[in-house]
Design a protein around this ligand. Sequence first.
Ligand SMILES: C[S@@+](CC[C@H](N)C(=O)[O-])C[C@H]1O[C@@H](n2cnc3c(N)ncnc32)[C@H](O)[C@@H]1O
Length: 333
Amino acid sequence: MPESNSNSLDVRTALKQGIHLLREAHVPSYTLTAELLLLHVTRRDRTWLYAHPEEILDSEIIASYFSLLRRRAAGEPTQHLTGKQEFWGLEFEVTPDVLIPRPETEHLIEVALDRLAVRELRAARDPKLTGEGLTIVDIGTGSGCIAIALAQELPNAKIYATDISTAALVIAQRNATRRGFSDRINFLESDLLAAFSDVGARYIVPVLTSQPSPGPSSHQSPVTNHQSPLFDLIISNPPYIGRKETSTLPIEVRDHEPPSALYGGEEGYELYGPLIPEAARHLNPGGLLVLELGHNSLPAVRPLLETPEWTKVHVTNDLAGISRVLSAERTSL
Ligand SMILES: C[S@@+](CC[C@H](N)C(=O)[O-])C[C@H]1O[C@@H](n2cnc3c(N)ncnc32)[C@H](O)[C@@H]1O
């Protein structure tokens, strides 16, 4: 075993030993992972790493590096060790309280922006979107990656983001604050869209990191019954893995990501059942619903859009050819 905690390890040797350790543990992308962990502990960038192979690392850095390598080898996701993940070209804080944003979720943003632009073209308006006049909600916001990417792309849109997990909303709000979007996105603790229904509106709990959340009864809600908005875009990456698939999941996912972000039910597609009719009740005519799908969700979910409330139903595949995004337009019925 070449691993060393010697206080005279240089960058090249540390990297080689890290790669070896992770390869032996069958960690996917072991070279990239060793690099990322070394960059994280040295707080340097990749250019520095390869320009200074002879640089001697100090013993504290070496100890932290090998500690992270061992945790990664035991199954902890790299993003939990570095505390971050890139999505839509932006860096997001991630913790075990939120799903690590996945590259395939970027298709959701692409489809939403494309369909909003097409709507503008059909109405003979400028398809260059600013979000002016648009009200959007991201259901199950997790790290906030979808809401924040949309806030970046649509600077004039009014954006809401819900999650059933208070802990996730705290992270989402921190991510929004870091990007300067905290006043642009209204984060609400809610079961799907319950916060916007007559009953649910009484239970809205805004998640403010700067002050403790008041109890539901004492709280001044930012959305009251008569103010509850109708949306122009409802977007969601809901939990869609089946509990029956648990044993097939990689350890990084099964043992380290929040179950409420992973499992939709025994089969996986259960949450789409209430989500789609709730979305129909909360969209303006011509409003858009954009949903991420699990690898086998389409046959169960598509029929839910075969009702008079929906038209122009599209399926978009991801780069692996999997039906990944289901989108539809609310009719005026
Ligand atoms: C698959 S994760 C998606 C997170 C993030 N939007 C993303 O794309 O990375 C699903 C999120 O939905 C939340 N969630 C689960 N059930 C929910 C419900 N009934 N209502 C609102 N949010 C829910 C989970 O807490 C989790 O944050």
